[in-house]
Design a protein around this ligand. Structure first.
Ligand code: ZN
Length: 491
């Protein structure tokens, strides 16, 4: 049931009808994390954006090969060409081998992504596992004349490239501005121009992560890995390249130049970028003192957080904004998202037991068409979610006996909600207590309820009230109904 979809192409700055290179199949490459610290909201937003795309494309019938890399070498501090490798720097601080740092934070990233209910990519290549491919590309770029060797390093010749190509077209920069904004080099510099970027870097004697190459011991420039790995797994030309908006320059601009220089043409047909996250209206960053890791969100253990926010709350909150909009995190907004998601999940669980009648006063096929149309319009998840909430109103109204629905419409509603809530938006019901203890918790509360029933039977009102009040104090709401006693953890 592949339908026509539109996606906004950063390169052309407009929405385009998406037509994959091979009908029915999509090649998707997304820049993954540089693994030198705990995963944060920025990682989550990019991963959730492209998980949504991955899930939606599959839902409408595409076969998708989703490649998301792990950057474990070559990404220098401040995205520079000189200085320390981010991972090597962290390794020194932690007194670890660089690959121990990579392992530590890769595991942490995977754990957080799993909690956020992200589907694993089809392939997750590491830069350090593709040094040979990167060296081959450096050789191709040298052969095409768009790079030069200087003192054991190889630099991309941006000004030469810009003579016949539009360097800056993805990020919307003009080469003249780039040139005038670049510091002038002193005579000692290895580069011909400050705009040039390293595609292979000579390793200084103390640099640990190093490999032999035709130009001596060194390591690849940061931008090389994505050019080499996307080509290896998706081909010289592929459908979609995604990443955070902060990667458009220099990373993705450099990738375009490298592909043209190495293969004679661009690799990417549609560029997609997710917007950034702010916290209480401010940019987030380690230096600003407001960087909160995902783990801290999940535990609530940070002075700026009023409480813990579950992974599904974070996920739902992000999906309530369009991926190309900036998204501001605040306690208030997160708590509103938490309530909204609860309402959505509760309604979804109710569909199966809705009473049916011979006639329907609702139009489920129109509702379904609206949800899919919203997603087909450049993944407009907030609009799709607003249609789902129209569905929630219908569900609650049918449950209250105010609206009638046929069995066929109830089934259609169930299909729609299962597809959207679970398969496309990727939400899931969360355990109310951590570590899968909810069954034990149920048993313990049931035991207390029995003790309370015994106390009541013995007219021991003091004990019965005490049990109820103390459970209420830790957040349990106890209700006496005709059917018996029910309880809910109100947290
Ligand atoms: Zn990349």
């Amino acid at each position: 049931m592949i339908q026509e979809i539109q996606i906004y192409n950063t390169l052309t700055r407009k929405k385009e009808v998406f037509e994959p290179l091979v009908p029915g199949k999509v090649g998707l490459y997304v820049c993954g994390p540089t693994v030198y610290g705990p995963p944060h909201l920025g990682h989550a937003r990019s991963a959730i954006t492209f998980d949504l795309l991955f899930r939606f494309l599959k839902q409408i019938g595409y076969k998708v090969r989703y490649v998301r890399n792990i950057t474990d070498v070559g990404h220098l501090v401040a995205d520079a060409d000189e200085g320390e490798d981010k991972i090597a720097k962290q390794a020194k601080l932690d007194e670890l081998e660089p690959m121990e740092v990579v392992q530590k934070y890769t595991l942490m990233y995977h754990k957080a992504m799993e909690l956020l209910n992200l589907e694993a990519p089809s392939i997750e290549p590491r830069a350090s596992g593709h040094i040979i491919e990167q060296i081959e590309d450096v050789k191709r770029i040298l052969a095409s004349g768009f790079a030069y060797e200087s003192n054991g390093s190889v630099y991309f010749d941006v000004e030469k490239f810009a003579q016949n190509h539009d360097y800056g077209k993805l990020s919307g920069r003009k080469i003249e501005d780039l040139i005038s904004n670049t510091r002038t080099l002193d005579g000692q510099d290895e580069k011909r121009s400050g705009l040039d970027f390293a595609i292979w870097k000579k390793a200084s004697p103390e640099h640990i992560m190093r490999w032999p190459s035709p130009w001596g011991d060194g390591f690849p420039g940061w931008h090389m890995e994505c050019t080499a790995m996307s080509c290896k797994y998706l081909g010289e030309t592929f459908d979609i390249h995604g990443g955070g908006m902060d990667l458009t320059f220099p990373h993705h601009e450099a990738e375009i130049a490298q592909s043209v220089a190495a293969h004679g043409h661009e690799a990417v047909r549609y560029w997609m970028h997710n917007n950034m996250i702010t916290l209480n209206g401010q940019k987030m960053g380690k230096s600003l003192g407001n960087a909160i890791s995902l783990e801290q969100f999940f535990s609530g253990n940070h002075p700026l957080l009023e409480k813990a926010y579950s992974p599904m709350t974070i996920r739902f909150f992000m999906l309530q904004a369009h991926y190309r909009s900036t998204l501001d995190f605040s306690n208030e907004a997160l708590q509103a998202a938490e309530k909204g998601m609860e309402r959505l999940l509760k309604a979804t669980a109710k569909i199966e037991s809705l009473p049916v009648s011979d006639t329907s006063s609702v139009n489920i096929s129109e509702l379904s068409a609206n949800c899919y149309a919203a997603m087909a319009d450049d993944m407009n998840s907030p609009i799709a979610i607003s249609y789902l909430f129209e569905g929630v109103k219908i569900i609650n109204s049918v449950a209250d006996g105010k609206t009638s629905i046929t069995a066929a419409d109830r089934d259609a509603l169930k299909v729609l909600f299962n597809a959207f809530v679970f398969d496309i938006l990727g939400l899931k019901a969360e355990e109310q207590s951590e570590g899968g203890n909810s069954e034990v918790l149920n048993d313990v509360v049931a035991l207390l309820m029995n003790l309370r029933a015994d106390a009541k039977a013995n007219k021991d009102w003091a004990t019965s009230d005490k049990i109820r009040n103390e459970l209420a104090a830790i957040g349990f709401e106890i209700k006496d109904t005709k059917e018996g006693v029910s309880w809910e953890l109100k947290k």
